[in-house]
Ligand binder design. Structure first.
Ligand code: SF4
Length: 350
């Protein structure tokens, strides 16, 4: 278990540039035969260059759908129904990815080149019957004006950089000839070969053993520093968050309920859900044999979304007539932003 010790607050500098991506009021819904599933329901987020933003939440909280919305790869019957995803290109030009036409040259250019995504399951990105090297060179040739020989050279260099032994040999290997950890590295090599400005990593290490997990997280952190890349890391693992995040956004039922720098979130969580999540993780040096508190109740069925605050059915502080009536918006509390009526001055003052 990774100790929950994020970097000290004075080590976390505030971002100095405009965000790479600004997500505003994003809503992605799934139109099923049984009703509308509001997988993402009004998300506001900023992602910055040279910083790692961890999106934290339980399974089904909408974090992966939110990330897939950014690249417009949400499977049917899901679609973005509202909001904007403003991507700021290297030349300062902005593109609203939420409104970009699917299949357009602009969107294809950004996907893979400017924004790359890696998944928990490497075979989601790697074709099963094409050699690793060929897959990387094809990506490079699609996005960069280089010769085949140059693409091969870069691909072998990338395989080497991600820690694949004998990269020239592995260049000729098929994905099934590599171990799980090596396939994960190959997928990262492919994603990073075009030197993206933003890497979205969706639970990239969940299926791996702890040693490989640590190596891959270190590798992403190194490449982030080297390329000044923004990283959005989706995880449900607080140990991973403590280790790599500068910024954290906690999601519950398709909404961001708290966001801030990692130190503020870990040292002074404000939202009852964040507090409960942090309490439910064992700490090194913690009291032995103590039962860890679980979060009361279950996440409601996505088709039975509660009125008002989505967390109210599990919250020990829910206030009748308040929390069941309106959805709380994010407001500044200390170093974080929190969506909870406990921090609403109007509610507090009666
Ligand atoms: Fe709990 Fe109400 Fe805050 Fe929601 S708004 S987390 S129900 S106190």
């Amino acid at each position: 278990m990774t100790p929950l010790t994020p970097m000290p607050s004075d080590a976390i500098l505030k971002p100095t540039h405009l965000p790479l991506v600004e997500i505003r009021d994003l809503r992605t819904h799934f139109f099923t035969d049984d009703g509308v599933v509001k997988a993402v329901e009004g998300v506001d987020l900023d992602v910055h260059a040279n910083r790692t933003l961890c999106i934290l939440g339980e399974s089904g909280c909408g974090k992966s759908i939110m990330a897939r919305s950014m690249l417009r790869i949400v499977d049917s019957p899901g679609r973005i129904v509202d909001g904007s995803i403003t991507y700021r290109a290297a030349d300062g030009r902005t593109v609203d990815l939420a409104k970009a036409r699917l299949g357009s040259k602009e969107l294809r250019g950004i996907r893979g080149q400017d924004i790359a995504m890696i998944f928990q399951e490497p075979m989601s990105s790697l074709g099963p019957i094409t050699k690793i090297g060929k897959q990387i060179t094809e990506t490079l040739l699609l996005h960069r004006k280089i010769t085949k020989a140059e693409a091969k050279e870069i691909a072998i260099e990338m395989l080497n950089k991600v820690g694949i032994p004998n990269p020239a040999e592995r260049y000729e290997a098929y994905p099934f000839e590599l171990s799980g950890g090596m396939r994960q590295r190959a997928m990262i090599a492919m994603a990073l070969s075009c030197e993206p400005r933003l890497l979205i990593a969706d639970e990239p290490t969940t299926a791996l053993d702890v040693t490989t997990q640590a190596q891959i997280l270190d590798l992403i952190a190194e490449l982030k520093d080297e390329l000044a890349m923004g990283v959005m890391l989706i995880t449900h693992d607080l140990g991973v968050v403590a280790e790599v995040a500068e910024d954290v956004a906690v999601m519950y039922m398709g909404r961001v309920v708290e966001k801030g720098d990692v130190y503020s979130i870990f040292e002074n969580p404000q939202h009852p859900y964040t507090q409960a999540l942090l309490k439910s993780v064992p700490r090194i040096g913690g009291e032995r044999r103590r039962r860890l508190p679980a979060i009361r109740g279950m996440v409601p069925h996505p088709l039975a979304r509660p009125s008002g605050c989505p967390f109210r059915t599990r919250c020990d502080h829910a206030m009748a007539g308040v929390c069941d009536v309106e959805v709380p918006e994010l407001t500044e509390v200390g170093g974080s932003q929190v969506a909870c009526f406990l921090h609403d001055t109007e509610v507090a003052n009666g």
